[in-house]
Design a protein around this ligand. Sequence first.
Ligand code: ADP
Ligand code: ASP
Ligand code: MG
Length: 429
Amino acid sequence: MSVKMSSSTSRIVQKYGGSSVATPELILKVANRIIETSKIGIEVVAVVSAMGSTTNKLISLAKRICGRPPDRELDMLVSTGEQASCALLAMAIQSLGGKAVSFTGSQVGIITDAAHTKARILKVEGHGILEALEKGFIVIVAGFQGMTDAFEITTLGRGGSDITAVALAAALNADVCEKLTDEDGVHTADPRKIPEARRLDALSYEEMLELSSLGAKVLHPRAVECAMNHGVKLHVRSSFHNEEGTWIKEEEAYMEQSPVCGLTYDVSEAKVSVLELPDKPGVAAKIFSALAAAQINVDVIVLNNTRGTITDLSFTLPKNDLDKALPILRELSGKEGYGAVTANTNIAKVSIVGAGMRSHPGVAARMFEALARSEVNSNLISTSEIKVSCVISDKDLDRALPSIYKEFDLDSVPEKRRISKSMEAKMPS
Ligand code: ADP
Ligand code: ASP
Ligand code: MG
């Protein structure tokens, strides 16, 4: 990040997701909210997503033109979704009597690498933003997009506006980065699966990073990573009302009081097995090096069914990468004399996360008991210091989630996670 500056005025970066700006009426509501915040003397930079399902519609439009749209042109196309919503929001603010100016990602110097459709931000030059803020403008920035140093338009990957917001908050030294969304904060589970899931008052960066990486769509994992690396305080709250939401911040001692703070799931992975491998050193390395060379990330891994000198290897990888992975594995298997390569796309990964796992033994055992009680079988398991993940059949997901939720008493977590009032100091309520 190249713009780093301190300021005595408080400054906030707000991110509004697609559902919060889905219609002209909602855009006007957001405009009103931003004006209210700006009226109390806070400098506002707002990052917007494309309206509603615009990005999906643009992608399907491209697919009707050609089966596999070229990534560069796809970025040219989908980046227009955010360009439209940021201009509309600036117009809405102006129509309500506020001062606002909109910019695309390239205009404000969000410089990325050249990996079209999944670019990473290298630096934020911040052109024009500080000047506009100084002149009393509310600044609206199109999320999800940037530009290479060769002036090529790029996008950051689906859900990438969260990353834009955090990167801008870091670069502009904002007091807080607010994500305003259709839920009132981060819950102990996805409210769409467990309606009674409770809002958490606070989570540590590490907990949020695990939850996001393991499927909780509420924040993009790269946004959480960026916030953690730059010490940006994140506040996830509703775009429809002013109640306090969930703070993501440094870990504090009270966060360890309960072993688990959240339950999440991911249905975007497939399970792949390579059968009849020689049980000797170097075989797994060959398989995973071949996948890594093709930029395919492997997740949960298990070596199973050893029969003398023969074994089977199973792992998960993104369903989207299956078409690329299977030919590579089958070729390797043919060359090395391994057995069949099979794939199962009907799987789900369920995970529990919590900083308290470090000091509460037996968490994994309780997760397995909960699965067993709901008669769900799991044969791929992965753990870290603060998470346990199990791969199950996707048809069992709706039985597994409530059972795990109950086992860890996730209804009672929030009481133990009160936020310190000092964090609310300058924020509007
Ligand atoms: P936006 O468009 O504002 O970025 P998203 O749809 O990407 O919003 O993310 C918000 C959604 O994340 C919610 O509607 C909710 O279904 C989902 N979600 C998944 N896990 C959680 C969780 N633990 N807490 C809150 N929301 C969650
Ligand atoms: N509009 C983009 C998407 O739908 C980016 C975002 O909403 O964050 O993925
Ligand atoms: Mg999102």
